[in-house]
Design a protein around this ligand. Sequence first.
Ligand code: HEC
Length: 93
Amino acid sequence: MAAGSADKGRLAYVKHGCWQCHGFVGQGGVTGPKLAPNPMPPEALSAFVRNAAGAMPPYQKAILSDEDLADIHAYLQSLPKAPDYKSIPLLNP
Ligand code: HEC
């Protein structure tokens, strides 16, 4: 899978409704697990999304192109990690 664009990926993530179950920044929700930060590798993401057989609907190529999927991966990859609590003064009196 070619490297994608995080900007386009954010739009694809919204357009394809991933946010409905996984949250707008992949933080996870009531329905879906957290996807970011540190998303699975592109190949694993693609294999999962194309073949989802549980509570998540599978997305075929006709609906979600390989390019959109690569962009979605780039978007998830671009999301920042939560800061280490040791770097937050208020939590370290
Ligand atoms: C209707 C709700 C729903 C939507 C929409 C949805 N998902 Fe999911 N997703 C789930 C659920 C529930 C699981 C966990 C179920 C499972 O493991 O079979 C999951 C699991 C995943 C996983 C595996 C996470 C892990 O760590 O095992 C990935 C990756 C994923 N979704 C990506 C996406 C992407 C990308 C989209 C948009 C194209 C999307 N999902 C849209 C509900 C959804």
